[in-house]
Design a protein around this ligand. Structure first.
Ligand code: FES
Ligand code: FE2
Length: 367
């Protein structure tokens, strides 16, 4: 099994160099913050190297069109949006924001037989949750009867809570961003802080993982005793602290921390913008008595440490070095590559997706 995993990693890297950008289609990705779309304004975004124009109708529905007019390709984002239809800046063709369907071609005369309503601008399903505009990215045009799953949503566990979000760009391929996100061994080196841990606090850990659909879970456990915030939480509730961390394709890590009635929940995604640019989006909610400003300061420090490390890593990756994935600390990264490869294979053959894990397994590493 190990042999196979390594082959799959190499296959993924080879495919990338062969011109396949290594993106996973048929999933939701966060394209922009909801607050960026104001009134009838249009916002440009790029996902998986596809240029998009985002807007919101007067009825409040966000939409995502391909930012290219189907007539001559000029970006539709140069056009004018009246709250319902988007008018191209070149020849004034009008497209319904919500469907991309053409509703008017000003140059047509009464003699013309062109069926305007059969023309569509590229259009993607769009949903708003947790302050994000999520866009469903499929590679081929929509097929009738296509089932689009619901967009991801941050889990919350009480009526009242606080929340915040952070984002940062990474000059790397999404794969590097993702394996960095779930890499357990960099903590003591990259995230050295007085409030978190130091290099000398390294100790051996054993964590149980289990397969879940399209991903894996670090089974519910009590988080490491050397982290001050967890100790504090335990003191506040008197109840044990438990953490569950999931990774699910294409790019999503969720974490739930519970202690008595108190909870903290986060959703982190690494989104491919281009093959050499990704973005980390982090949204968290909690009812723990923790001011947003303080939490943001800590979270920003963390994210910045990861970002700086990945900027440096990208410097090295420019020269295409050979890379390694070792056991057990890099096993989650191996699972990620194998999940991705197996999903692509399942879609190609139409057979069921093979999960790379046989069942629950304990991984051991020092961090
Ligand atoms: S290019 Fe858009 S209407 Fe002609
Ligand atoms: Fe990190």
């Amino acid at each position: 099994m190990e042999e196979n995993l390594v082959d799959e990693v190499q296959a993924a890297q080879k495919a990338e160099h062969a011109g396949d950008a290594g993106f996973l289609w048929g999933f939701w990705y966060p394209a922009a913050r909801s607050a960026e779309i104001r009134g009838r304004g249009l916002v440009k975004a790029t996902l998986l190297e596809v240029p998009l124009v985002l807007g919101r109708t007067d009825g409040g529905a966000a939409f995502a069109l391909r930012d290219a007019c189907p007539h001559r390709g000029i970006p539709l984002s140069y056009g004018r949006f009246d709250g319902k239809n988007l008018e191209c800046s070149y020849h004034g063709w009008k497209f319904a924001g919500c469907s991309g369907q053409c509703v008017e071609i000003p140059s047509l005369t009464s003699q013309d037989k062109l069926k305007v309503e059969r023309i569509f601008a590229g259009h993607h399903p769009c949903e708003e949750h947790d302050g994000y505009v999520w866009v469903y990215m499929r590679q081929a045009p929509a097929r009738s009867g296509e089932i689009v799953p619901a967009a991801p949503k941050l889990a919350t566990f009480s009526e009242r809570y606080q929340s915040t979000h952070l984002a940062c760009d990474l000059p790397s391929h999404v794969d590097q961003g993702i394996i960095g996100l779930m890499d357990p061994a960099h903590g003591p080196f990259v995230h050295q802080s007085w409030f978190w841990r130091s290099k000398t606090s390294i100790h051996e850990k054993a964590k149980q993982f289990e397969p879940i659909p399209f991903g894996f879970r670090m089974s519910t456990h009590s988080p490491s005793s050397n982290s001050a915030p967890y100790q504090l939480l335990k003191k506040m509730t008197g109840a044990p602290v438990t953490t569950t961390i999931d990774f699910v394709l294409p790019n999503m890590r969720t974490e739930e921390i519970r202690s008595g009635k108190l909870w903290f929940s986060s959703l982190t995604t690494v989104t491919p913008v281009r093959r050499d640019l990704s973005r980390i989006d982090f949204v968290a909610a909690w009812n723990v008595p923790l001011p947003v400003t303080i939490f943001r300061a800590f979270a920003k420090t963390f994210l910045k440490q990861d970002q700086e490390t990945m900027i440096r890593q990208a410097e090295g990756l420019k020269h295409n070095p050979r890379l390694m994935l070792i056991d057990d600390a890099d096993r989650p990264a191996k699972w990620y590559f194998a999940l991705k490869a197996n999903l692509i294979e399942a879609r190609r053959t139409g057979a069921g997706m093979v999960h790379p894990m046989d069942g629950p397994i304990t991984l051991r590493w020092r961090s």
